[in-house]
Design a protein. Structure first.
Length: 460
């Protein structure tokens, strides 16, 4: 068919060799994604690259394909305890996934690959390294351990990839990355991919990349358009019940629910199970085996809802995730983009629903600023009416005999006690509640429609 011919020539035009094109075709890819179109030719020319790319854009193939291509063209068996290409990833899951891709794309290439990550005994990894490895995928901690024992030396490494650099930063890996980079030869190709470009990552790139080509396919702060996003106001105590309602009311294939805490993730999974929805939690307190079991259950459809924390879930590529639900809003707005990027992978569409309780409104505002859109929040913030009422009672003339105070003064003096009145909420109340000043005023209903503040959206 003419479409197929055109398709193949699309990947061919990037300059990839036959063995790689065969693997691409076997993987069922028709056209290169934008990041692949931009990165592959540059990497084949041995340029360094800083790529700002969202998850689900095909960025793994964007660096793996050209690196394998170079190996295919110049294959020489690597010396014992060395590797030609090093790919660093923040989590074991992401490393495993990248390694799967390396094997998939390298099917027809003469090369060796292995993965070294923590959480398992090192014996097998040490044995694999002793044979010399073409492509090594690693997490920083275990790599450094094995460097220190001499099981791996990077003195002959020709190319290094730092994938999900901003997550490595979030996980505190930057000092380790800097040490690892210093143990590599000066003459090498360096590739850095990150979903966002905070200062620390920028300076990492400045220090370790040589005149890199910058590739930014879509602004990292923008979720892909195919995701239908919505926000529901839910009181904290009602969230689990609401989750069951939402899931029962949706036609969903597979859903990932994000929880801020590990303990919370366990509780949510148990609640769903009790409500008859198959679910399991994945987070840092689970063993590697447990995590793998859960992931494969989720992939096979045995488990329909995966409840995850950010760190455990980021970078995991599971096809057919139709829904992402933010049970808690993330503390860091960029995490919102990553989370919802779990759905709508590789051209599919998806649904992202976020629960927001009264105390999370500042987090929501941060997300709105980042992505440059305002949400029409469904429902009302339950705690808000109660908060306003408490405030009113605390200031009202009937309680303390005072007259109603002028608006600003009443607000300044009306500090209802309790958790809900943290400084964030107070700030928000002040700006949203105009001229209340005592018992004459009813608690105001929140206007749910809001706008991102000026200056947004923030560039990545
Ligand atoms: P990544 O952003 O690397 O995690 O890739 C996201 C998903 O896109 C993975 O499931 C890949 O298998 C898939 N993918 C990568 N490149 C292509 C392509 N050119 N066409 C279709 N799917 C692709």
């Amino acid at each position: 068919m003419s479409v197929e011919r055109k398709t193949l020539s699309n990947f061919e035009s990037l300059g990839l060799s036959k063995a790689i094109l065969r693997a691409v075709s076997a993987a069922g890819y028709d056209n290169p994604t934008p990041i692949q179109k931009a990165a592959i030719p540059a990497l084949l020319k041995k340029r360094d690259i800083v790529g700002i790319a969202q998850t689900g854009t095909g960025k793994t193939a964007a660096f793996v394909l050209p690196l394998l291509d170079q190996i295919a063209n110049t294959y020489e068996r690597p010396a014992a305890n060395t590797c030609d290409v090093l790919i660093l990833a923040p989590t074991r899951e992401l490393a495993a996934q990248i390694h799967e891709n390396v094997r998939l794309y390298g099917k027809y290439v003469e090369m060796t690959s292995t993965i070294i990550v923590g959480g398992v005994k090192p014996g097998k990894q040490v044995r694999a390294l002793s044979r010399g490895i073409s492509v090594l995928v690693a997490t920083p901690g275990r790599l450094e351990d094995l460097q220190s024992t001499g099981a791996i030396s990077l003195h002959a490494t020709k190319a290094v990839v730092l994938d999900e650099a901003d997550q490595m930063m979030d996980m505190g890996f930057i000092p380790a990355i800097r040490r690892i980079m210093k143990s590599l030869p000066n003459k090498r190709q360096t590739i850095l991919f990150s979903a966002t470009m905070p200062k620390q990552i920028r300076s990492l790139a400045n220090d370790f990349l040589h005149r890199p080509e910058e590739i930014s396919v879509t602004p990292a702060s923008k979720p892909v358009d195919r995701i239908k996003q919505s926000v529901i106001a839910v009181a904290k105590a009602d969230k689990r019940q609401k989750l069951v309602e939402v899931l029962n009311g949706q036609e969903f294939e597979r859903a990932i629910v994000f929880s801020r805490t590990k303990h919370g993730a366990n509780k949510i999974a148990r609640h769903l199970e009790n409500a008859g929805i198959t679910a399991d939690a994945i987070h840092g307190n689970k063993s590697q085996n447990q995590r793998e079991r859960t992931l494969s259950g989720f992939k096979s459809g045995e488990i329909s809802v995966l409840v995850a924390t950010d760190i455990a879930a980021r970078g995991i590529d599971i096809g057919g995730v139709s829904h992402v639900i933010n049970f808690d809003l993330p503390n860091v707005p960029e995490a919102y983009v990553h989370r919802i990027g779990r759905t709508a992978r590789a051209g599919a569409s998806g649904v992202a629903i976020s629960f927001c309780d009264v105390e999370e409104r500042d987090l929501l505002r941060d997300i709105e600023k980042l992505i440059g859109r305002a949400f029409d929040v469904e429902g009302e913030f339950a705690g808000e009416a109660a908060m306003a009422e408490t405030k009113q009672r605390a200031n009202g003339p009937r309680r303390n005999g005072n007259r109603a105070k002028p608006a600003g003064q009443a607000r300044r003096n009306s500090k209802p006690k309790g958790k809900a009145n943290n400084s964030r909420n107070e700030r928000r109340s002040d700006s949203s509640q105009g001229n209340e000043g005592g018992q004459r005023n009813q608690p105001k209903r929140r206007r749910n429609r809001r706008r991102p503040s000026k200056g947004a959206p923030k560039a990545a």
